[in-house]
Design a protein around this ligand. Sequence first.
Ligand SMILES: *Cc1c(COP(=O)(O)O)cnc(C)c1O
Length: 389
Amino acid sequence: MRAWAEIDHDALRHNLGVLRSAAPDSLLMPVVKADAYGHGLVSVARTLRESGADWLGVALPEEALSLRSAGDSGPLLCWLAVPGEAFGDCIAADIDVSAYDGRMLAEVVAAARAVDRRARVHLKVDTGLSRGGAMPPWEPFFELAKQAADDGTIEVVGLWSHFAYADEPQHPTVARQVELFESAIAAATGVGLTPQIRHLANSAATLRLPHTHYDMVRPGIAVYGISPGPAVGTESELDLHPVMTVKSRFVMVKDLPAGQGVSYGHQYVTPHDTTAGLIPLGYADGIPRAASGVGPVLAAGEIRPIAGRVCMDQVVVDLDSSQAEAGDEVVMFGDARRGHPTATQWADLTGTIGYEIVTRLGPRVARIDMGSTPKATDPAPSEEAKLSG
Ligand SMILES: *Cc1c(COP(=O)(O)O)cnc(C)c1O
């Protein structure tokens, strides 16, 4: 195989356990949007359900519907639909949806009537991220929801918001957002709504801000064994095990003379006679072009930078005359405990975050499930955790 990503389901289970211990009194909703952060939606979802995830969260309706097509039937929330999107399909498939304002709520209500099913809705309030969600004053939005709940068209299951700065747990906006979330809860209660599931915490808040856990936490990146940011802690401090290890093999190994330019633009010039290894992965696979000259690769026993530019399908590594041959395995990033470079190191060296390194890995790289994985024929999760419905 040219290149593959090993997905360690034992690590996934371990991380879920870490998050469960961090928030023992809240429901746990691992986030599996964007193909489970690049790790493979369906198989990751199966392992998470089997390991006790109470809910799953996704961004897009089509992500939620893919889970349902794959046999997943547990509590599931999606939160990012554009006008005219398939609310009806979601409602009919028992997927909880989110409303960000009165307009979106009206659309959910219409869809629920059209499919003749009560929609399960999580009302989203903007407490300072200034992304999705209703701005205060919240009462008019909540009044609309109350009316639709009273006439049986919707059930208001959740009230939720999202942090701007939880990856810096001491940041003053955290307290301000919690305060505003509390006032949203009070406003909902004031109009007679009683959302059972209030949720606010992402990975960073799940790990570092227990007072933000409320009824449910929504960790994403930590599920995959990657730290949300340096102020939250390193992977080893947080006891997170990276789930994805990206591997490939040398296509060719050859000698190069001293003073030889390597890859487009000859950005790298061999300092002495050396050996070069050709790795068949490039920016078309999600290897950032910004990793030109830096991307740390475990090749021929050592962690080495990429020599020169990252190309569309290939990179070259200077093996410094080490013994190596075509077909030898290399590791782009994986688990530091196994001596691999990590997604976090790649991110630090290329000016991005670990989230982007794993999520951008392209479809040409096969995901290979490792560790003990649930049987594909037995995807049905338990319904026990579901609070109502
Ligand atoms: C992506 C996302 C999360 C998970 O965030 P992490 O930082 O990966 O833990 C939680 N909630 C919402 C609304 C999200 O979009």
